[in-house]
Structure formats: structure tokens, C-alpha cells
Design a protein around this ligand. Structure first.
Ligand SMILES: [Zn+2]
Length: 535
């Protein structure tokens, strides 16, 4: 670092300046390359009718406008970034929707830009938390208003349907046309209600209609949805769009597994009194290929599963829909997890790194949240109440290990045909390394570390003479049972003291793993993916 500065400043003249500039460029190019390019299409497209394809093309046109609107929300004038002379800076700005690096706490990477305003462009750039608090307007916390300066320099609320009227009118025209073409009544109903929502910023009815849409092969999530981009108040919703194709075969398999949950619950390796809870079998969990992402969901890190809508009134009336995005999982596996596994797992066991196993492990993590115990067995109330600040960490650890437990059981029962238990376990262990690459501060990260350390201490894996992981599958299976048993006991007994003390000792990254992560980082393995839509 110091050396580079000395070289740049000491040697006056063009050559030195050019050298420093290209050095900066190559750093940014390296950051662009940390996002592996994935060509997005889907074999499911071939099963669609001409009308379905027309609908998809209209969805895509509407999705492009969501992208433009998100640029306005999170940054402002996109053309400023498109006009950057340095191609690497331009590419990186397109990935991040602005001059701030989303995987590095929004650090600015374009000259002339300071820290990202907390309120992005949802608020005037000079607003302070005090000014916002003092502003008296019932609409100021709405998900669907922006705050702007009025003529006197004060604040005013503007509804999204006014602020972005021209663009939203065009979105509505696309969706109305799609509604007139589709032959699926559920989709048509949802689209028409969504049009109304775009024009009024009242999304409730359209969210309800989306919950009722059970049999459409094609789907679209579109609108202002998540509020994480607003770091000032976490209240303003960001525009985004996913276009999705339902994988009916995998969805049917999954529905069958969910119907087997009561049976699987009885197999859990724990005391009978810890498994009296009967899991629900009606959860709305389906598998999709995501063929288009735009706006908020396309910025920085890409999601591989969706759980929507967010409106609690909809949860109370109809629950939520959970969508597992098969092709995006497969892409993350191929571009990130597989290279990590090839680096760390001994060559003879690398054949067990399988995308299909990754898909089922991740999917059954979701399913497993519905298994186990919900109420303590000793009058301490619900597990959540009893475990307090430790509840999420232990719940995530439970979902992880019971997910793997179920995958292994279903393989034993010949219900999951394409993979072996060795595949599930090897892919799971490589996945733990992938997940702590960016730290273990979150509940998920802490849970992953407890799982990793338990497996290691129980001999599920050791290091061979080259320092690579050698997995002992017998011991791994025993460790899965023992770890599941311990977690279920802690939850059922609501043992907060033990939970806290155990996590403090075990939710840590051991030294050898830190070295593995450094090794991964030294090998230019991508951190995330970006999309090239080729349909
Ligand atoms: Zn979870």
C-alpha cells in the first residue's frame, strides 16, 4: 500500500500517472470479475405456448422499467454511470446500481463520490434523522412515498404513483396487455389487480391475488417490495422484478416430501417427548427457474429463494409463498461452491460435490424450519420465548442439520433418486465453508459455525496429508444424529444458559478454517454472480 503511494507521487511525469491509473483500473476489473457471469435461460421455456412467450416478453419490458425506477431510487441519474470513461468502473457501477460497492459496505469506488446517502434517493440528500423525526406527515413512513423538498425548502411526501407516473403508466400498459393474452385466470386476475396497485400504491388486493395464483406455469414478482435499500428508516420499498417459470416436476416432488413431514418428524433422533408437535403439511413451497431479475434483486448479491409477500395482513389471511430458484442455485453452485470444494476436498471425494445435492440441502433447510419442537416441554413457554437472544442462531442450526438429516433419510427411502448420502454430506460441508467466507456475525453465520465445529469434533471430516478435507461418512451420519439430538434437546428444554454458553464457545471460526478461507480468496473464486439473460 505505502509502496504504491510512494511510486505514484515520487515519480513525476506521464508514465507514473498512467501506471497508477491502470493499477486502479485492474483493481476494479478484479472486482467486476468477482461476479461470475451466468447465462440465464431455462429448458422450461420450450414447454410454453406462443401466448405464454408473448406474455413473458411483455413481462420483460415491464421488468426493464422496474430496473430504471430502481436506478432512480437508489442513485439518481443512471447516465452518469453509463458515461464513465473507465470500462471497469462502468461495469462495476452497473452491477452495483451506482458508485458504491454493495459487497463492501457501500464503499464508494468512483472519484468524486463520497459515502452513499443513508436515504439513497428516497429522501433529499441533505435530510437529517432529526429533520425526518420532526416532519409531521402521516405518510412519511409509508413504503410507497418519497420525501422531497417543497418550494420553501421544507419537506413533502410524494406517492410513488405520482413521482414515477410516466414510467408506471407504461408498466401498467404492458401488464394489461399481458392480462389480455394469458389464458390462466389466476395470472390474469393478479396482473389486473397489480395494475390497480401500481396506480394507487395499495398492494394488498394484488398480493392476495398472487397468493391465490396456484396453477400458473409463468409468474412475475413485480413492484416496490423490499425496504433494505433505505438505510435511513428501512421504510421505502425498492422496485424490482423476477420473471419465473414453475418447475412442475420438482414442485410435485417437493409437495410429496412436505406431505411426509409428520412421518419424518417421528424419525427425528431425539426423545419421544420432544417430537409430539405435528408439523403442517400445507406449506406453499415450489420450485422455479428465475429467468429474469431486475432492479433491487439484481443489485449486488443475488437471492436464490423468495418468501413473499411481506404484508402481515396477507400472512394472517393466506400465509406466504416460498419459491426456490433452482437455476440460480445451480449457478451459484457451479460458479462458487464447486470451485471451493475442488480446492478444499480431497480429489477422491470431489465427485460427491453435486448441484442437485446443493439444491436439496438448501430446500430442505427451508422445510426443516417446520419440523422439531415449537413449545418447551417444561412450561417455559414457546422455544422462541425461552431461548430469547439465542433463538435465531439455534433455529438456523436446527434447520441446517435437520434439512441434511431429512435429505439423507429420503435417500434411504429411495424418495430422492439422483443423489447419494455421500453427495449430500460432501456438498453440505463445502457449503459451510462457502457460507462463512464473508464472516460469521449473522445468526446464519453463527449457526453455520456451530454446525461446522460439531461435525469436525465428531470426526465427520479430518485433514489428509495435503491439508484437504477427508470426509468419514459413517462418522458424519452419526454426527448429524447427535447434533440434531442436542439442538432439539436445547430447544425442547428451553435451556437459554446452555444455549448461550455453547454458542459463545462454538460459534467461532477456527484457525484452520480461516486459513482455508484465505486460500479460497487467494484463488480468485467468485464472490457472487451476475446475469446475462439469453432468451
Ligand atoms: Zn433458515
Amino acid at each position: 500500500m505505502n509502496k504504491a503511494i510512494i511510486l505514484c507521487t515520487a515519480a513525476a511525469g506521464m508514465a507514473a500517472v498512467v501506471a497508477c491509473k491502470s493499477n486502479a483500473d485492474s483493481n476494479l476489473q478484479a472486482k467486476v470479475d468477482e461476479y461470475a457471469v451466468v447465462e440465464v435461460s431455462s429448458p422450461l421455456l420450450e414447454t410454453l405456448s406462443d401466448k405464454d412467450m408473448q406474455v413473458l416478453n411483455l413481462f420483460r419490458s415491464a421488468g426493464r422499467i422496474m430496473d430504471d425506477l430502481f436506478w432512480q431510487q437508489t442513485f439518481g441519474d443512471k447516465s452518469l454511470m453509463e458515461g464513465l470513461a473507465d470500462p471497469a468502473a462502468r461495469d462495476f457501477a452497473m452491477i452495483n446500481y451506482g458508485p458504491w460497492d454493495r459487497l463492501d459496505d457501500n464503499a464508494p469506488f468512483v472519484d468524486g463520490y463520497g459515502p452513499k446517502p443513508l436515504g439513497a434517493n428516497y429522501y433529499p440528500s441533505d435530510i437529517t434523522a432529526e429533520e425526518f423525526a420532526a416532519f409531521d406527515d402521516p405518510d412519511k413512513n409509508s413504503l410507497y412515498t418519497v420525501l422531497r423538498r417543497d418550494g420553501d425548502g421544507g419537506l413533502k411526501c410524494v406517492w410513488y404513483h405520482d413521482e414515477y407516473k410516466e414510467e408506471l403508466d407504461q408498466v401498467c400498459r404492458y401488464l394489461e396487455e399481458a392480462a389480455s393474452i394469458t389464458e390462466n385466470e389466476g395470472l390474469k386476475n393478479y396482473l389486473l389487480k397489480r395494475v390497480k396497485a401500481f396506480r394507487t400504491d395499495d398492494y394488498l388486493e394484488s398480493d392476495m391475488a398472487w397468493m391465490d395464483m396456484k396453477d400458473s406455469k409463468i409468474d412475475i414478482v413485480i413492484g416496490p417490495i423490499e425496504n433494505y435499500d433505505d438505510k435511513l428508516n428501512e421504510s421505502k420499498a425498492a422496485y424490482e422484478c423476477f420473471i419465473l417459470l414453475k418447475d412442475e416436476e420438482r414442485s410435485a416432488d417437493l409437495a410429496k416430501y412436505v406431505s411426509m413431514l409428520p412421518e419424518l418428524q417421528k424419525m427425528l433422533p431425539c426423545e419421544p417427548e420432544y417430537k409430539t408437535f405435528v408439523p403442517g403439511t400445507s406449506s406453499d413451497l415450489n420450485v422455479y427457474d428465475a429467468i429474469y431479475y431486475s432492479g433491487d434483486c439484481n443489485a449486488g448479491s443475488k437471492t436464490i429463494a423468495i418468501n413473499l409477500p411481506n404484508d402481515e395482513r396477507v400472512h394472517a389471511a393466506k400465509g406466504t409463498r416460498r419459491l426456490q430458484l433452482y437455476n440460480s442455485m445451480k449457478a451459484k453452485f457451479g460458479k462458487i461452491l464447486l470451485p471451493i470444494g475442488r480446492l478444499l476436498v480431497e480429489p477422491g471425494q470431489q465427485k460427491h460435490l453435486r448441484d442437485e445435492a446443493f439444491f436439496w440441502n438448501v430446500t430442505f433447510h427451508e422445510v426443516a424450519h417446520g419440523l422439531g419442537v415449537k413449545e418447551t416441554v417444561n412450561g417455559k413457554g414457546s422455544v422462541d420465548e425461552a431461548l430469547g437472544t439465542e433463538r435465531t442462531t439455534w433455529e438456523e442450526a436446527k434447520a441446517d442439520i435437520l434439512g441434511l438429516f431429512m435429505v439423507c433419510k429420503l435417500i434411504d427411502m429411495n424418495e430422492i433418486p439422483l443423489i447419494t448420502k455421500e453427495d449430500a454430506i460432501t456438498t453440505y460441508i463445502a457449503g459451510l465453508v462457502r457460507s462463512v467466507r464473508f464472516g460469521s456475525a449473522s445468526s446464519h453465520g453463527r449457526a453455520n459455525m456451530m454446525c461446522y465445529n460439531f461435525m469436525k469434533e465428531h470426526g465427520a471430516f479430518t485433514r489428509n496429508k495435503d491439508g484437504q478435507y477427508h470426509i468419514d461418512y459413517e462418522k458424519a451420519l452419526q454426527a448429524i444424529d447427535d447434533w440434531a439430538a442436542l439442538i432439539l434437546k436445547v430447544q425442547a428444554e428451553g435451556d437459554y444458559e446452555f444455549a448461550k454458553e455453547y454458542a459463545a464457545r462454538n460459534a467461532v471460526i477456527p484457525e484452520a478454517l480461516s486459513a482455508d478461507i484465505a486460500n479460497v480468496n487467494a484463488h480468485d473464486i467468485p464472490r457472487d454472480i451476475r446475469f446475462d439473460f439469453v432468451w
